[in-house]
Design a protein around this ligand. Structure first.
Ligand SMILES: *[C@@H]1O[C@H](CO)[C@@H](O)[C@H](O)[C@H]1NC(C)=O
Ligand SMILES: *[C@@H]1O[C@H](CO)[C@@H](O)[C@H](O)[C@H]1NC(C)=O
Ligand SMILES: *[C@@H]1O[C@H](CO)[C@@H](O)[C@H](O)[C@H]1NC(C)=O
Ligand SMILES: *[C@@H]1O[C@H](CO)[C@@H](O)[C@H](O)[C@H]1NC(C)=O
Ligand SMILES: *[C@@H]1O[C@H](CO)[C@@H](O)[C@H](O)[C@H]1NC(C)=O
Ligand SMILES: *[C@@H]1O[C@H](CO)[C@@H](O)[C@H](O)[C@H]1NC(C)=O
Ligand SMILES: *[C@@H]1O[C@H](CO)[C@@H](O)[C@H](O)[C@H]1NC(C)=O
Length: 646
């Protein structure tokens, strides 16, 4: 996930495709809108539209290994410790002769003394791993190596692997408190588990993950009254985002301040609020270089949560065999990147379900970040994990969210399909509430259901998470003003009814991300070319202003693909002078494809736009090698031989 994205429209799904695998013709009539109100008409998108299906090939399931697990682990609830086993029997089968297994392990841990602890890791020296090891309680992660030796020769076969453990460091006093919180008569604390899939729109979930979708729907039947609330979108910064006080302006600060060491630590995160409320916290994310707080950033200096997978992910990506799919690390050693994250989530749940309220954020980038078809190959596996959570009893006690940050942002689906614009802007949000929650807070559940087809944003989701910490707060007004989102004071918990007639700005959504307004294509060529020239001119002025002219080529307009005018619903005649356009265009050299949302004043032909907010629709991989700045990368076409821009 990426801190850089802004608030997207939530809004919601109400029509459920019966079977996502079926032919489009077999679908029930499609709804026209996700949200249909005087101020917002958010169009429904058919996941199986002809243009998308023309470029959609299903990604096949493929395992990361085909050998047997020689090191396994299990939790011994009696001793409250993990046991690690080696499997000599399987080794002999693998080697097809009698062999003895010689295994060793290294402890992996965070180097708290490093200048950037997130960007390093430590490993102990190799220790022998016996057949049955009672793992010391201070070991959270291990790397293992096994050799298969026969009588006569040392086998060439070795197996490297890595395992995680969730250790319980709660003191007796902590446990007593945690138990009270879980079983509080007045206001029992629900567990809160957030599963995130990066770059996956609600549309793409339906397209690529029919089995997961079926599970989500069936579980909602299990809990009668549709416990699974599907909503709209959420934003990466949200669950992890600052909760109050020093709330940064995400867009303004995304460039420089995040690079300052310690800045990320200085923000307030929602998990801290859960921690203060007595929760045990966890956060895991795959793909060490892409992850939210580490992509081109120094990361956390202090460990941000109780159970933090980062040092492990860093260590395994540096020491195990990597296999890329769609250009991204998909297998690390013998397992899928996302598998480590989900296994960690399972261990976390197993360990604390009965002991302490849990807050966990488990985010995967590896199978969706670089490809909109990648999720299809993970459909089956993710469903199995969801079933495992169910078996463990997670759904009895917990609020569970399945979310994404935004939809797919570049490549074919953006450049070649008419729904690509919406695809990028409509993330998913499923919110599951357990039966006791339905019984105790029927009005919240009813509101949640009403809100399904009302416009909302990640600020609302953020307020919803805050609400879980104070469920007896009975109205938005009763909320502590310090807890309100600074950038959207009118945003509120989704457990309260949202106004039906809500505008994007009421929900904290800027025009660029707003999908509420119907658009019509401008056919007057003189007009759209004049606007496009002004846009390109402003882009060039921007290069000068940001002192980028030594690095980036000047832009020349190549072609206007299409310019749409947004018809702002419910606008007062006074502002009608301002026109909003979405401009699709390309420039030379290198023909980058851009999309700009701009404001145009026809009285004096002046343009208002934020160049840093341009969307780049094709990949910038080959044109932006001279800069690491995630914003500049989007538009800078590096000059030949340009030095690295700092
Ligand atoms: C098993 O996996 C190894 C490496 O991961 C690969 O080289 C080999 O071809 C695979 N064998 C089969 C039968 O799939
Ligand atoms: C392996 O050892 C067992 C007993 O020690 C013996 O019965 C068996 O024949 C051996 N197998 C091979 C392939 O040497
Ligand atoms: C950090 O430094 C302290 C003092 O030198 C030492 O005791 C501790 O073991 C170090 N921690 C790690 C993780 O290396
Ligand atoms: C922008 O152009 C693409 C084609 O490149 C098109 O699919 C998309 O719908 C356009 N966006 C708008 C808002 O017109
Ligand atoms: C919706 O809100 C707009 C702007 O506040 C207002 O002009 C309009 O009358 C409202 N419509 C309804 C049906 O309430
Ligand atoms: C086309 O746009 C130009 C520039 O905005 C304007 O002067 C002209 O009247 C428009 N033509 C039509 C037919 O609307
Ligand atoms: C253009 O007109 C708008 C209001 O109609 C005004 O706010 C803006 O400053 C004007 N821009 C220029 C460059 O004159």
């Amino acid at each position: 996930m990426n801190l850089m994205c802004v608030v997207l429209p939530l809004g919601t799904l109400f029509s459920l495709v019966a079977s996502a695998g079926a032919a489009p013709e077999a679908q029930p009539p499609m709804p026209k809108y996700y949200v249909d109100s005087p101020l917002c008409q958010m169009p429904y998108v058919d996941p199986f539209s002809r243009d998308v299906m023309a470029i959609y090939t299903k990604d096949k399931e493929k395992a990361c290994h085909n050998d047997s697990e020689l090191v396994t682990a299990e939790y011994d609830p009696r001793l409250e410790q993990y046991r690690v086993h080696t499997r000599g029997d399987l080794a002999s089968k693998m080697a097809k002769e009698n062999v003895t297994l010689e295994c060793g392990y290294q402890k992996i841990y965070r180097d708290e003394n490093a200048t950037e602890p997130d960007n390093t890791y430590k490993m102990s020296k190799m220790m022998p791993l016996p057949d049955d090891l009672l793992l010391p309680k201070d070991v959270e992660y291990i790397a293992t190596r096994c050799l298969l030796n026969s009588k006569n020769h040392k086998s060439k076969i070795t197996q490297k692997d890595a395992l995680t453990f969730v250790q319980d460091h709660l003191s007796y006093a902590d446990l007593v408190r945690a138990f009270r919180l879980l079983h509080d008569e007045e206001e029992p604390k629900p567990h809160v588990i957030i599963l995130g899939i990066d770059s996956t729109s609600r549309i793409n979930l339906r397209r690529t993950m029919p089995q997961v979708l079926r599970f989500l729907r069936e579980s909602s039947r299990l809990v009668r009254d549709g416990g699974l609330q599907q909503g709209g979108r959420q934003h990466a910064a949200q669950p992890a985002g600052p909760s109050h006080g020093r709330q940064p302006t995400w867009r303004a600060s995304r460039g420089k301040s995040f690079k300052v060491k310690g800045y990320i630590d200085s923000l307030n995160y929602i998990w801290q609020r859960f921690k203060e409320a007595g929760y045990t916290t966890a956060y895991a994310e795959d793909c060490e270089s892409l992850s939210t707080f580490n992509y081109e950033k120094p990361g956390f200096i202090r460990k941000p949560v109780d159970h933090y997978l980062r040092p492990f992910v860093r260590a395994i990506e540096k020491t195990l065999r990597l296999e890329r799919r769609h250009g991204i690390v998909f297998c690390v050693g013998r397992h899928m990147s996302s598998g480590y994250v989900w296994d960690f989530a399972v261990q976390f749940v197993e360990r604390f379900l009965q002991r302490s309220p849990m807050f966990g954020l488990f985010w995967s980038n590896s199978f969706t970040h670089n490809s909109f078809i990648g999720a299809a190959a993970m459909d089956h596996l993710l469903r199995e994990y969801l079933q495992l959570f169910q078996k463990l009893g997670l759904f009895k006690r917990s609020i569970v969210l399945l979310v994404s940050d935004h939809g797919y942002r570049f490549g074919d689906i953006r450049t070649r399909t008419s729904s690509g614009y919406l695809e990028e802007r409509l993330p998913m949000l499923w919110l599951y509430a357990p039966p006791w929650f339905h019984q105790k807070y029927p009005h919240y559940v009813a509101n949640l259901r009403k809100n399904r087809n009302r416009l909302s944003s990640n600020y609302d989701l953020h307020m919803t998470l805050q609400h879980l910490l104070q469920l007896n707060t009975a109205s938005p007004e009763a909320f502590d003003p310090r807890l309100k989102a600074k950038k959207c004071p009118s945003c509120q918990s989704l457990f309260f009814e949202l106004p039906e007639n809500r505008s994007c700005s009421d929900a904290g959504i800027t025009e660029k991300w707003c999908t509420c307004h119907p658009a019509t294509t401008v056919t007057n060529r003189t007009h759209y070319e004049a606007v496009a020239r002004a846009v390109v001119q402003q882009m060039n002025e921007h290069l000068v202003a940001r002192k980028l002219t030594n690095f980036c080529e000047n832009f020349k307009l190549k072609e206007v693909k299409v310019m749409d005018r947004k018809q702002i619903l419910g606008e007062k005649t006074a502002d009608a002078a301002e026109e909003f356009y979405i401009l699709n265009f390309s420039t030379v050299p290198k023909k980058p494809q851009f999309e700009a949302t701009i404001q145009w004043n026809p009285q004096n032909n002046t343009l208002t736009m934020n160049v840093d907010e341009l969307s780049r629709k094709n990949s910038y991989k080959d044109t932006a090698k001279c800069t690491d700045d995630p914003i500049v990368k989007k538009y800078c076409i590096c000059k030949k031989g340009a030095k690295k821009h700092k």
